[in-house]
Write a protein that binds this ligand. Structure first.
Ligand SMILES: Nc1ncnc2c1ncn2[C@@H]1O[C@H](COP(=O)(O)OP(=O)(O)O)[C@@H](O)[C@H]1O
Ligand SMILES: [Mg+2]
Length: 290
């Protein structure tokens, strides 16, 4: 019998869906003959006693999840997410650079510094990327600092705001679509596929509209009903980052397929695994039985 530590925090437990998913994860571990326990940030000293660690709190190199991940790695304990994946995925410049180096298709993308702010240069960027443009502050998550700009004036306004937080920002071609494909990948192999249906009021899978948060609807899709191009590109993107658990977001447009983002710590509580009852089993056996 092995011990699985499931690292959580108060935020992870704040919704009924999350709680339900975590309890399911624990139950599956126990059905597989292991023990599972929830570890909170105050419990990091217990990490060395675990046989594997599954982090289910928002990962960030600047928060305690990264400390937990590093502790596990230093003790030779298998961990999802591993520190490298957290570092790469938390910074979009780093992440897109990796994808480009590995030849993974992404929308037309430029990294912009303050030197790119004179208006003639911004017009040139519209010429290179097209219009509208998506601007992203590299440390964004939950769609928070991702904005669509339609002209150089809007570009300047949003870019100035993002430059208060980062020396570099991402300018990207806008790819129109009604949904993001989400391809879940574990250790370089397909784990699940689903669609994140974009709410009508926005272009992002999650947004604040008139002060109300709107979320995407999740539609789990059997693997044989998803385009193989989407699945293969998702796997290629995940392998470019590492061998852990990733949720790859893709847009597909007229047979073309581009990667929007690779998420470490992908959400599993939204029904992503509807057609894939063995997701937790696969993760636990990857962590504990390799
Ligand atoms: N290039 C793009 N074209 C169209 N929509 C995009 C583009 N980039 C991002 N989006 C939308 O915005 C959402 C958030 O962007 P993403 O890069 O995933 O940032 P975050 O890390 O904040 O989630 C995506 O899920 C997608 O729906
Ligand atoms: Mg995202």
């Amino acid at each position: 019998m092995s011990r699985l530590g499931i690292f959580v925090d108060r935020k992870t437990l704040s919704s009924a869906e999350q709680l339900h998913a975590l309890i399911r994860c624990r139950d599956v571990a126990e059905e597989m003959g292991h023990s599972a326990e929830f570890l909170f940030p105050v419990d990091t000293r217990k990490i060395p006693a675990m046989d594997a660690l599954f982090i289910r709190a928002r990962t960030d190199p600047l928060n305690v999840t990264y400390v937990a991940s590093r502790m596990a790695e230093a003790d030779g304990i298998p961990v999802i997410d591993d520190p490298d994946s957290i570092r790469i995925c938390s910074d979009k410049v780093n992440m897109y650079s990796r994808l480009m180096q590995h030849g993974v298709p992404i929308p037309r993308t430029l990294f912009i510094s303050r030197h790119d702010l004179p208006l003639p240069r911004i017009r040139e960027i519209f010429g290179e990327i097209g219009s509208p443009i998506i601007l992203k502050e590299p440390s964004t998550s939950f769609s928070l600092r991702v904005e669509k700009v339609n002209n150089p004036g809007e570009f300047l306004q949003v870019a100035r705001r993002f430059f208060r937080m980062s020396d570099w920002i991402v300018a990207q071609q806008f790819v129109e679509s009604r949904y993001d494909w989400r391809v879940g990948v574990l250790d370089g192999e397909l784990l699940y596929v689903c669609k994140y249906m974009i709410p009508d009021a926005t272009f992002k899978i999650q947004d604040s509209v008139n002060g109300h948060v709107v979320y995407c609807a999740v539609e789990s899709i059997p693997a044989d009903q998803a385009p193989s191009r989407v699945i293969l590109t998702g796997i290629q993107a995940a392998r470019a980052i590492g061998s852990g658990l990733y949720g790859v977001d893709l847009k597909s447009d007229n047979g073309d397929c581009t990667v929007i983002e690779v998420n470490d710590n992908p959400s599993l509580e939204g029904g992503e695994d509807g057609c894939y009852p063995l997701v937790y089993q696969a993760i636990i056996s990857h962590l504990l039985e390799r």
